[in-house]
Write a protein that binds this ligand. Structure first.
Ligand SMILES: [Zn+2]
Length: 364
């Protein structure tokens, strides 16, 4: 009479036979021996179960059926593995590569932003964000751009109108306008540069000042290869006694060497900004052609990387600093511009389209 122990013994026998079967033909022999209709191990087992006592029959029947299914499954798996040439353990193909869980990574702009923050933090700068909605005073006037100043045209501005009470509704809405509010009312706007934050900081702190303001800024530009109505900027400010243009050059050279390459060439060229005097644009040797001239650098071998200059005395006076005693320098550029030059991206809009084919080329 078969019992559970007997079935277990047959199972061991089957596994040994299966392990030894290395060809299709050997496998057929094992199948015939265990599943053959006449004289097969399972057929004999089933017959024996049928004649077992009614008390034992249900359990033995279940065990015998389980064993039969097991044999069929194992034989099928083994045959499949012989066909594909891969080893199988207990119906599991141990050589299949694991299922990959896709991992995300930082957006290139976030990565560059973190790098900028890390470099200037190490140089002792405090990193600030500040409000994206500014008033006219902090965005323009305190930065040496009074209402009729032509330099305001360099930065086409989104003005936020005065709060308009909605008829029948308790909550006031905000009208977005491209015209400044009438002069008798204070205008609010979307900040056109992070320099506004420098004024706020200086109003609340005495020198020495060492800050980098970083974040989103907004300008009324039509999107093209190099413009978007929103982009990211960082601007630095250092104010102390005896700060000179040499400090500015040293700081910015150290920055570009760290973010691009230790041996990168730099050049400063006179420029104009209302809030710095003298002002300078900083160029780096073209990262695309190595300075020999290419379409990106317009055959000059140089790429403009940032604007800078010594803080205009009017700006220091506007926040109540003694412009005779203190001097300082300021600098700023777009995070997008740095990222485009660093990674050879030729269209700024790619950063905002969330196209995985673009984003997957980066891994941070
Ligand atoms: Zn070039």
């Amino acid at each position: 009479m078969p019992d559970a122990e007997e079935i277990e013994r047959l199972r061991v026998e089957f596994q040994a036979a299966l392990a030894a079967a290395a060809t299709d033909q050997a496998l057929r022999v094992v199948r015939d021996r265990f599943l053959g209709r006449k004289g097969g191990v399972i057929a004999s087992l089933m017959k024996a179960v049928a004649s077992a006592s009614p008390a034992d029959r249900p359990l033995l029947g279940m065990l015998a059926n389980q064993f039969k299914n097991e044999i069929e499954g194992a034989l099928d798996a083994r045959r499949a593995s012989l066909e594909s040439g891969r080893p199988v353990a207990g119906g599991l193909d141990v050589t299949l590569p694991g299922r990959q869980v896709p991992l995300g990574h930082l957006h290139p702009l976030t990565h560059v932003r973190h790098q900028v923050e890390a470099i200037f933090s190490r140089m002792g700068y405090e990193i600030l964000e500040g409000p994206e909605i500014e008033d006219d005073y902090h965005n323009f006037e305190a930065l040496n751009m009074p209402p009729e100043h032509p330099a305001r045209d360099m930065q086409d501005t989104f003005f936020l109108g005065q709060p308009v009470p909605q008829r029948g509704l308790g909550t006031p809405g905000t009208r977005v306008s491209t015209r400044p509010a009438p002069p008798d009312r204070p205008a609010t706007l979307l900040r056109t540069h992070t320099s506004a934050m420098q004024i706020r900081y200086m109003e609340a702190h005495e020198p020495p000042v060492r800050i980098v303001a970083i974040g989103k800024v907004f300008r009324r530009d039509n999107p093209d290869l190099t413009h978007t109505p929103m982009f990211h900027q960082f601007e630095g400010l250092l104010v102390d006694e005896r700060v000179t243009f040499a400090d500015l050059k040293g700081t910015l050279t150290a920055f570009v060497r760290e973010i691009f390459a230790p041996d990168i060439k730099v050049m400063f060229r006179p420029s104009f900004f209302p809030y710095t005097e003298p002002s300078a644009e900083m160029f780096i040797g073209c990262v695309f052609c190595g300075g020999t001239g290419c379409p990106v650098c317009k055959r000059t071998g140089w790429l403009e990387i940032l604007g800078s200059g010594m803080v205009h005395p009017s700006v220091l006076e506007a926040v109540g600093y003694d412009a005779e005693r203190y001097t300082g320098f300021a600098f700023g550029t777009g995070i997008e511009r740095v990222a485009m030059l660093k990674y050879g991206v030729d269209d700024i809009r790619l950063f905002y389209e969330n196209d995985l084919r673009f984003l997957e080329q980066f891994s941070f």
